[in-house]
Design a protein. Structure first.
Length: 115
């Protein structure tokens, strides 16, 4: 389990959700884009809930290990929903070429060495 520090608040969630949340926050910050996301949180008893967070540039989030006794809650659906965000940074499988944007040669100026 991981403790997520967001502003002056602290929530408790699974390692998987915390990892996905941090990766998505970095991706959104790199794109200069902000977005609201919902993550599942544990409350210590069987009544788990969720919280909404704003992610993006300038949003500081910290994750630290947290002690947990008993079975961890199953927040795999919450982690999957975060991974489905269109800005989530997926890695390409090895061997697949990065798609390239076609180069428009109509603007090519040989006198300016192409610029």
């Amino acid at each position: 389990m991981r403790r997520i520090h967001y502003g002056t608040g602290v929530v408790l969630t699974t390692d998987d959700v915390a990892d996905v949340l941090l990766r998505l926050n970095v991706a959104l910050a790199n794109l200069a884009h902000s977005e609201r996301v919902t993550i599942p949180v544990a409350s210590g008893d069987s009544a788990n809930s969720s919280v909404d967070l704003i992610l993006g540039p300038g949003i500081a989030i910290m994750s630290e290990p947290a002690p947990w006794h008993g079975d961890e809650p199953d927040f795999s659906t919450g982690a999957t929903l975060l991974r489905m965000n269109p800005h989530y940074p997926y890695r390409r499988p090895a061997g697949q070429a990065q798609p390239m944007t076609p180069i428009d040669t109509d603007d090519w100026d040989p006198d300016l060495e192409g610029y």
